[in-house]
Design a protein around this ligand. Sequence first.
Ligand code: FES
Length: 162
Amino acid sequence: MALSRRRDPTKLVAPGPSCELVMDRENAEAARGNVPSTPTVVSVCITCKAADGSAVIGPDMFESVKAAIGPSDHVQVRPVQCLSVCKRPATVAVTSADGYTFLFGDLQTESGTAALVSFVKSYQSSNYGLVPWRERADVLRKGMVARVPPMRWSPHDGSAPK
Ligand code: FES
């Protein structure tokens, strides 16, 4: 019978500096592997009307977000007609091909734009795009309508990634 040269997994190796370095590197590599791919897509509803119906406010929000993000290979700001959250204008969604999808409402042009710029930066460095609560501006916390996990994150217990 051939003897296995594999390490016995039941034998623990005392942690030391080199072990911690390896673990840090593995954690960093794992974290990088789970960040969403680009582009991050920011979908701004251009048909949203003010709550009193007096004006269409979506185009202003779209132009503001587009100008604030600027030209980018990593972020696409696109106009969309209705995100089905018409009672909470203005509305914006943030998503990517393999990251979380967030849907926000009740956004004002100026404060909403600043909050979204910051959110997109956090999104691109977060595990599966799940921006930590502490990194979300107050207007996005209050305006949260939905968050939907990406297809690649579907644990049996439905928990969010850590
Ligand atoms: S018109 Fe903007 S969500 Fe429906």
